[in-house]
Design a protein around this ligand. Structure first.
Ligand code: OTU
Length: 640
């Protein structure tokens, strides 16, 4: 009989001398208690995930040595941060949090270029800076950096690892946390591990999934979703040099890593802790849903994925406790939440809110958005959404068909409508977007485009139609406003603050032409910013100044600190309504017409207020007559 507790304490006893041998007395005092605290849970998880495949002598020793050496080389400043975070573990729930995500080269050339712009980020109110993948990657197509050739080398065109550390320190000194991707589902086919595998090295071949022929790939493939059906159909790539089929969920040059191999688990743990020690405070777990495969399943969101992330989380709690995980699971909403817990990913993208905001903007009807958020917005204690409107990726309509059905909406045809609307195939649509990876078999596709172009500014400016431009500006501000007001960490996509439009020039670059996501990955337009700051009445200037105001209001107001966001039915299907801590009610009109709302609609929050004001405009609201909302207008109402 296997006695878990007994095995666990035996292992601990066996491992402790390694800690004592590897660390001096001072380091032991910090490290040993954390190790002994978290080891039992870690042991249990590894046993659950790996069972018989785990060599509880060899692999545990390997892992322990990694943890010890990572802690040993952890810089003093980061150890101080560890201590601060342990005292204040929910630092990321404060209302002044604001995320910003950028490509280093597109934003300002290099890492030093980003450093130069710290004052601008401060002016915006940024506290969380996500730099898109900046590591060594294939020079041709690298999937925007998501095909990594070396986790320990910065792409020389952008800077150096030493430069990254300096940037991390400088950001931290200004109250900005550095966020990087942990692209751990795959490496590029130019990564050292892949090169060794190509040379025939068996150990490294086992880091990946390799098949001698199509027999197993064909069996797996029947249950797999096509991620890039146009640019990289199928999930397996034939590698001539090996005459083997390699698992490649994404592009052909992105080789999936095999986490069923505990050796690989350790190898990636080493990379993760290395990055944490460079000053990365938050790691975005890229493509997390895909890291475990099992025949006969969709190979997404399998239970072992959670076991592995929880195990990595415990490793971080031991060696680099300031490190925080953010999950990137753009999947069915029921699966999205499974990644979110304090022991796994305390923060997560909120793809359902994102997609349904665009859905409501197209339909001018907030019913589905409200229905889904009433049921799906509340997270466990200590966990927080990263709310966003746009990011570097496409928009997928990943709402739950079950939610739609409850409102009499048929998922498939609704998605068809949304796709037509956002690719301007629908007559009268204001949106200018591109289709992404159309799949002729199930007619699925996703949407690319910048917030401003999807929100109607491009079509308005092209037509020089003042009315359309005004509506678009209001719409873009409204979408950002409900993102900012919903609590959690709002994440601005660089360029959206100045309403940058689609950039179609990607089609001239052979390395980008096949991937429409580049349409919304434009070079940051500094002259546009300068103009927006100088002339706040232009469309771009209005978006910038109004967003800045909303950001500042939010940061100063305790109504947006931690706590709950409660969506409720305003009785008007054009108006999205939610309350922050029963202090502020957000009302957002998703329609082209003015709307009125009786105060009774808010009785669930306050009863009937004596007096109220809109904190955005600062105006006193008349509590006797109905509330009036302009087309695409928004109020942040506080009542007494
Ligand atoms: C992520 O996204 C990244 O955000 C993408 O930029 C990368 O191309 C990709 O991983 C590979 O590293 O397919 O279209 O269902 O949708 O993880 C975006 C989840 C993606 C996937 C998501 C993936």
């Amino acid at each position: 009989m296997f006695d878990l507790e007994h095995e666990q304490s035996l292992s601990l006893v066996r491992l402790l001398p390694r800690l004592e041998a590897g660390l001096d007395a001072r380091d032991q005092a910090a490290f040993v208690p954390r190790f002994t605290q978290h080891f039992p849970a870690l042991f249990r998880l590894l046993l659950e995930v790996y069972g018989q495949n785990y060599d509880f002598f060899y692999h545990l020793e390997q892992m322990t040595d990694l943890l010890v050496s990572a802690f040993k080389s952890r810089p003093q400043t980061l150890r101080q941060l560890d201590d601060q975070r342990l005292v204040n573990p929910h630092w990321y729930q404060r209302g002044a949090m604001l995320g910003y995500v950028l490509y280093v080269d597109l934003f300002n050339g290099t890492l030093d270029g980003v450093r130069e712009k710290i004052p601008y980020l401060k002016q915006l109110g940024v506290t969380y800076l996500h730099l898109m993948p900046l590591f060594k990657a294939p020079e041709s197509n690298s999937d925007g950096g998501y095909a990594i050739s070396d986790f320990r080398t910065v792409n020389p065109a952008l800077g150096t690892m030493a430069g990254l550390r300096v940037l991390a320190d400088d950001l931290r000194a200004e109250g900005i946390s550095l966020v990087l991707d942990f692209v751990f589902n795959h490496t590029s086919d130019e990564h050292d591990w892949a090169l060794k595998a190509l040379e025939g090295d068996k150990r490294h071949q086992k880091f990946y999934f390799m098949f001698p022929d199509r027999t197993l790939p064909d069996q797996y493939q029947t249950n797999l979703r096509e991620i890039f059906p146009q640019q990289a159909p199928g999930a397996f790539t034939h590698v001539p040099k090996l005459d083997k089929w390699v698992w490649t969920t994404f592009n052909t040059f992105q080789w999936d890593l095999n986490y069923a191999n505990p050796d690989l688990f350790c190898a990636m743990l080493g990379e993760m802790l290395f990055l944490a020690n460079q000053g990365v405070e938050v790691m975005r777990l890229d493509a997390v849903a895909f890291i475990w495969k099992q025949m006969g399943t969709s190979c997404e969101n399998l239970p072992q994925v959670h076991g592995i992330i929880q195990a990595y989380n415990l490793c971080a709690k031991i060696a680099a406790p300031a490190l925080l995980f953010k999950s990137e699971a753009i999947v069915h909403p029921d699966d999205v939440v499974k990644y979110i817990s304090e022991g796994e990913s305390p923060i997560s993208y909120n793809p359902t809110y994102m997609a349904l905001l665009w859905e409501a903007a197209a339909t001018r009807d907030v019913s589905l958005l409200r229905y889904a958020m009433e049921r799906r917005f509340v997270l466990p204690q200590g966990c927080t959404w990263v709310n966003y409107i746009r990011c570097h990726d496409d928009i997928g309509w990943s709402f739950a068909d079950e939610d739609a059905r409850m409102l009499g909406i048929q998922g498939f045809s609704h998605r068809q409508f949304l796709n037509e609307f956002y690719t301007s195939a629908f007559a009268g649509s204001y949106a200018r977007g591109l289709r992404f990876n159309y799949n002729p078999i199930n007619q699925d596709m996703r949407i690319c485009g910048s917030a401003a172009s999807l929100g109607g500014l491009e079509s308005g400016l092209m037509a020089a139609n003042a009315e359309w431009i005004e509506a678009a500006v209001n719409r873009i501000v409204l979408l950002h406003g409900v993102m900012l007001a919903a609590g959690g960490i709002p994440l601005l996509y660089s360029g959206d603050e100045i309403a940058m439009l689609n950039d179609y020039s990607f089609s001239d670059d052979p390395h980008k032409a096949g991937d429409e996501r580049w349409v919304h990955r434009a070079k940051f337009d500094w002259s546009r910013l300068e103009e927006a700051q100088r002339r706040p009445t232009t469309p771009h200037g209005q978006v910038f100044s109004r967003l800045l105001r909303l950001i500042q209001l939010r940061a100063q107001d305790s109504a947006f600190d931690g706590g709950e966001t409660r969506f409720f039915d305003s009785g008007n299907q054009n108006v999205l309504s939610f309350a922050r801590r029963n202090e502020v009610v957000i009302l957002a009109n998703f329609s082209d017409h003015p709307q009125t709302l009786g105060w009774l609609a808010l009785r669930g929050v306050w009863g009937m207020p004596n007096s109220a004001s809109d904190i955005i405009s600062g105006e006193i609201l008349d509590t006797v007559s109905p509330i009036h909302l302009l087309p695409w207008g928004m109020l942040w109402v506080r009542a007494d």
